[in-house]
Each structure stands twice: as C-alpha cells, then as structure tokens.
Design a binder for this molecule. Structure first.
Ligand SMILES: Cc1ncc(COP(=O)(O)O)c(C=O)c1O
Length: 336
C-alpha cells in the first residue's frame, strides 16, 4: 500500500500516544485496556476527523477549491474540525447543521462545538432533522458557484474513500506501535458512525495483513446497516489503495446495542462511561460517540466477552468539546 501516492496536508500530531489504562483495567477486572489517543491529534481540540481531513483538504486544493462545504448534527465534531482546518488553510467554510436530536437546551444549541464553529469563522445554517443533507450541500454548492466561488463538498463525517485513508494511516501507525511495544492486541474497539474510521482501519489492517480484529460500537444505525456501510466503504478504500479484495465481509464487525433512544440522545451507560474515564484515568470522552463506544466496551468486559489477560485497545476518537453542549445529561452545573 503506497500512501505517498495521495496528496496530503500534514497536520496531525502523530503518532498519537498508545497508553495503558491501569485503573480502568483494574476496575473492570477483565482484559488489559489500552487507549489510542486520537483525541490528541492537535487540530481544534483533536479527534478522528483530523486524519481524514489531511487527505480531503489536499484533494480540495487539487480541485482548486476556495470554499469547503460540509454537514453534520448540531454538535458535530466533524464540522468543528473542518471549519478549523479551512481557517488554517485560508479557505471559507460553510456548514449545514442538522437538528437531529430536537433538543431545545441552550447549551446544546449554542455551546460546545457550535461555539467553536463560530470561533473558527464558519458560515453556518441549521436545517430541520430529516433534511436530505447531500441534496442541501449540492444546492448550496450551486449557489456559491453562481457567485463565482469554487466550492468543494466534504461528505458528513469526512467518510468517503479519500477520507478513510486517514484511518489506513492510523492502522499502520498502530501496527508499528504494537510491534515496538511488544503488544499482542486481540481487538481494537471504537465508536462507529459515518463509517470512515472503521472502514479505514479495516482496510489498513487487512491490506497490510496484520490480522488485528476491529469492533465498531454503533451510535446511530442498526447493526446490519452499519456493517454494510462500513464494509462497502472499506472495499472502496482498499480499491483506492491498490489492494482490491483485501477486505472480507466477516472482518467487519459492529455492535449497535448501545445506541439507546437514538443518535445523540444520552444513555445511562454513556454517563457512567464518561464519568468513570474522567475519574479513573483523567481522560475526557464525549457524549455522542466515544462515551457510547466506551459504554459498549465496559459492558462487554462485564459480560466476559474478552478473556482476562487479552489486550484490548480503545481508539479514542475525540469529541469532548461536545460535553459543554450536554451538561444537562451530567446534572448541569450541580456537582455529580
Ligand atoms: C468523536 C467522534 N467519534 C467517532 C466518530 C465516528 O467516526 P466515523 O464517522 O468515521 O464512523 C465521530 C464522527 O463524527 C466523532 O465525532
């Protein structure tokens, strides 16, 4: 796999650390738990979109773009990171934020990622839940072209084969860290949404024949849909990389039992996971993705899904900025 073939904007503070979590490991009494700190990627409070944006923004430059258009939920981490990198590269950025949760809470509407979107200079519009976001982005692109701008559309979550290359890079980085640290890893667990993170990891691990299983913990779609989305994108990513056929369907595994009432709606498991990680490891997760991902990992450990002594890596995909939009889920300003 020759990643140097692809234009890339070098922005990630990589390699991100791979650390042991002694107190979570002890508290759960199961596998040895490690954490890959992609919350420390260095762009706009960090997170998984930084790696994808390295390739997507380079592609935008290649296409002569002067304006980036993207979309996400109101508290989108992807939108926040995209706005920041566009600012850094001197481009305009338009974001469409879908009211996916229906929350009327002031902090959800205006704090957390939304506050930072404004700080980084985004032009933003909120659209109702259920809007066809791809159509809305295409229409906006048409309008901007009419005004003489050169828009480039980045799909929600940065999840297309170009964006997924960022997680191929992460897979190779992990393999290097495992080998350097002498760590035989049984599974990499992370939150999966728009599918690009898991698709890139699977394409990277399988394309390099590293034999590292990945388990995505879903935050929105049911399992069959999520696995199909990840698989289709992993296949296309492998083709782009020149290793067509490397990904087989059974290597794509998702568990979507921890979504709760829906995307972005807090669950008791998420609140427990975020609080536990803060108090045992001093690490902040987020309420929408990594919090639910960790809730899944905690529950699977308690159910004996992993053997004692197995090495399991939780990929922290970032997002803690959104905590400020979700203070109510944690008792607001009243101490827990
Ligand atoms: C913090 C965080 N974790 C995980 C994900 C899920 O990653 P992906 O959309 O690549 O599946 C996202 C996506 O927005 C995210 O913001």
């Amino acid at each position: 796999m020759k990643l140097t073939r692809f234009p890339r904007v070098r922005i990630t503070h990589a390699p991100t650390p791979l650390e042991f979590m002694p107190r979570m490991t002890e508290a759960l009494g199961g596998p040895n738990l490690y954490i890959k700190r992609d919350d420390c990627t260095g762009l706009a409070t960090g997170g998984n979109k930084t790696r994808k944006l390295e390739f997507l923004m380079a592609d935008a430059v290649k296409h002569g773009a002067d304006t980036i258009i993207t979309q996400g939920a109101t508290q989108s981490n992807h939108a926040r990171q995209t706005v920041a990198i566009a600012a850094r590269m001197g481009m305009k950025c338009e974001i469409l934020l879908e009211d996916r949760t229906g929350s009327k809470v002031d902090s959800y509407k205006h704090s957390g990622n939304v506050f930072l979107d404004r700080m980084y200079g985004a032009r933003m519009q909120e659209v109702p839940g259920g809007t066809d976001m791809n159509a809305a982005m295409s229409q906006l692109a048409e309008e901007l072209r009419g005004k003489g701008q050169k828009p480039y559309i980045i799909p929600g979550g940065g999840s297309n084969p170009i964006g997924a290359l960022g997680y191929v890079v992460c897979a190779l980085e992990l393999v290097d860290q495992f080998n350097t640290q002498g760590l035989d890893v049984g599974c990499v667990v992370h939150a999966t949404g728009s599918a690009g993170t898991q698709a890139g990891l699977v394409a990277g691990f399988e394309g390099s024949r590293s034999d590292i299983p990945v388990l995505g913990i879903g935050v929105r779609a049911p399992r069959q849909v999520q696995e199909t989305n990840v698989y289709n994108l992993a296949v296309k990513t492998a083709e782009l990389l020149g290793v067509a056929g490397a990904v087989s369907r059974e290597r794509v595994q998702a568990n979507c039992d921890y979504v709760g009432d829906g995307y972005g709606i807090p669950t008791a498991g998420m609140v427990e996971a975020v609080t536990m990680m803060a108090r045992l490891e001093g690490i902040l997760l987020d309420p929408v993705y990594s919090g639910k991902g960790m809730a899944g990992l905690i529950d699977l450990c308690r159910k004996g899904h992993f053997r004692k002594g197995d090495n399991v890596v939780f990929l922290h995909t970032g997002g803690s900025t959104a905590l400020f939009g979700y203070m109510d889920a944690f008792g607001g300003l009243t101490p827990l």
